[in-house]
Ligand binder design. Structure first.
Ligand SMILES: [Zn+2]
Ligand SMILES: [Zn+2]
Length: 281
């Protein structure tokens, strides 16, 4: 019984990662390679072969271990061995269930923002989060490619509210699938714009991999707007510019927040001669 939950969870986790990653790999990175100016967030920068191998292996290893933990967690919930606040009945009513699901989404997304921003402090960045930032032109396989401690931290943030905040099972599964999907798409390197107004286009997180200490949000752009860590025009960002707000450029005028709703879309030709091929670290 426990084995079935663990195996099922690993198949689902890896299946989603490789299904979405595989489709994008085939449609864009293989078939569309020659016309990358029309779809790629960074048309002139490509991951090295070594980085491709590293992100696929590290991401798959993390996903396997995390899915095993999720499977064991699900088994604990199903058998009653774990006393969580997840509920299965419809007695609470639709409005309460939707509200509680929304609360879970907001609380965990804020937790992910705070944890990610915390990992950008100099010491933690150099020892842990730098693993994820080796990939300066992300692909869907970059989404789970990080230090195992970082992956475990994010998973704990998703699990912690399940012991205090009541949430319907269907809402929980929906949030987890949505967050996983957004993580994969945000790293795709393809210029997707979301149907949902609260979710910035993929260029937002792609820029996080280009400029490092800025744009920390996972699903919502809200926290970056509120906390001043949304990328601004007229400021300098980079690997050594910590703090999330960049630094002033002498003589430059601050022109306000970058408007990602106007980021290039698929089909618009963008050329960038200054970017370079990613070097193998
Ligand atoms: Zn980061
Ligand atoms: Zn990332």
């Amino acid at each position: 019984m426990l084995l079935a939950y663990v195996l099922g969870s690993v198949v689902a986790g890896l299946g989603m990662q490789f299904a979405i990653g595989g489709v994008i790999e085939l449609l864009y990175y293989r078939r569309g390679r020659a016309g990358a100016e029309a779809w790629k967030c960074q048309p002139a920068r490509w991951p090295s072969a070594a980085n491709r191998r590293r992100e696929i292996l590290l991401g798959a290893a993390n996903m396997t271990v995390a899915s095993m933990a999720s499977g064991a967690f699900a088994w604990g919930v199903a058998t009653g061995a774990l006393r969580t606040t997840i509920y299965f009945d419809r007695g609470s009513g639709i409005a309460a269930s939707v509200g509680l699901t929304l609360a879970y989404f907001l609380v965990t997304d804020l937790g992910l923002y705070a944890a990610h921003r915390f990992l950008h402090r100099p010491l933690l960045f150099r020892h842990i989060h730098r693993w994820h930032h080796k990939f300066t032109s992300p692909t869907p396989f970059t989404a789970a490619a990080m230090h195992p401690v970082e992956f475990a931290l994010y998973q704990s943030i998703m699990a912690a509210p399940l012991f205090v905040l009541p949430i319907p099972l269907v809402g929980l599964v929906g949030v987890l699938l949505y967050q996983n999907y957004v993580a994969l798409i945000d790293h795709s390197g393809v210029r997707f714009h979301s149907w949902f107004p609260w979710q910035p286009p993929t260029q937002f997180h792609d820029d996080h991999h280009v400029h490092f200490h800025v744009n920390y949000g996972q699903n919502l752009g809200l926290w970056d707007r509120l906390c001043g860590t949304w990328r601004r025009h007229g400021r300098r960002y980079g690997k050594e510019v910590f703090g999330g707000r960049g630094e002033a450029i002498g003589g430059a005028r601050d022109e306000g927040l970058v408007d990602y709703s106007r980021a290039p879309r698929i089909g618009e030709e963008v050329r960038s001669a200054t970017e370079r091929q990613e070097a193998s670290p």
